[in-house]
Design a protein around this ligand. Sequence first.
Ligand SMILES: O=C(O)[C@@H](O)[C@@H](O)[C@H](O)[C@H](O)CO
Ligand SMILES: [Mg+2]
Length: 403
Amino acid sequence: MPKIIDAKVIVTCPGRNFVTLKIITDEGIYGLGDATLNGRELSVASYLTDHVIPCLIGRDAHRIEDIWQYLYKGAYWRRGPVTMTAIAAVDMALWDIKGKIAGLPVYQLLGGASREGVMVYGHANGTSIEDTVNVALEYQAQGYKAIRLQCGVPGMASTYGVSKDKYFYEPADADLPTENVWNTSKYLRVVPELFKAAREALGWDVHLLHDIHHRLTPIEAGRLGKDLEPYRPFWLEDATPAENQEAFRLIRQHTTAPLAVGEIFNSIWDAKDLIQNQLIDYIRATVVHAGGITHLRRIAALADLYQVRTGCHGATDLSPVCMAAALHFDLSVPNFGIQEYMRHTEETDAVFPHAYSFGNGMMHPGEAPGLGVDIDEELATKYEYKRAFLPVNRLEDGTMHSW
Ligand SMILES: O=C(O)[C@@H](O)[C@@H](O)[C@H](O)[C@H](O)CO
Ligand SMILES: [Mg+2]
């Protein structure tokens, strides 16, 4: 059996912070897991170093399910983003090891390919509707079949999803949280105009998505969904904060716009009622924050019973290790929907060389054994951790709001 003899956490910051777990076996084979939790990176690094790695040494690396259960039940304090991101990193690394030993890409261990490629969506954003539509046209020219639209709101200095750099979006932008100002009624006026302009410019053969990013109440989300129906959105994401899963019932009563939620979910329990009551159409939970490939398969299997499809989170603050793992999952899972793909920077890709590829709006994990991603540890040491927080949102009267 491949015995775990060592494991370490690598924190690196090639333009943004990433936390990576490396598990090493007595046969010299190692596996990698993404452990990045944007804005709270060091909490996961410590959870792994201080509370998980000592329990891994000496274990059989093939026992993925047993180790998953040991870390989940053994912590006593179950669930939560830090715990489940740490478990996810171990899970990814063990699938990587298992694939390398078997000489197979992980998707083959998950039941093989269910499709030829993974449809992805890119992020078009701009300070104005015109800028956003022009970037969307560039994505369409690159072959993207699905494009997310996020634009600035007149009268608001900054808002979620609008980046300073046209192609790379990094929201964790300061040593302490940046304070954004938010105005719901201004936002509700601009999004339908954005979609109208986008449909006129891009036509109907491209999927258009939008991320509300938790900022509306259920009835406001129902109103926006109804306003966007003529433009056939592929999905409205994070329409309202989802701690109260029942809140989505009110949205459903007012609009047929498809709903996606779950990038901040970390276990099946966060999504169970949404899925079983068909209150959503896509589940956004992802490998790195929802307990790894092992747990994400359980979430997808439940979703499949209710015709809910996957739509994994894939922002730049999820490392190429997570992107690789997600693509293996996406290629195999029967109820695949779509995969988010925000390109990493060249310096990030240099630290994490990988086998996955993009072409004509689709991605593929590649045929390398395991996850097909590595880490250049020497290069990684050149990029010191740099504390960075996600922004916060306040209403114009100063009231704290969701960002
Ligand atoms: O859909 C998305 O990609 C967003 O919600 C993310 O950009 C999210 O804001 C970041 O991952 C937070 O770190
Ligand atoms: Mg989102």
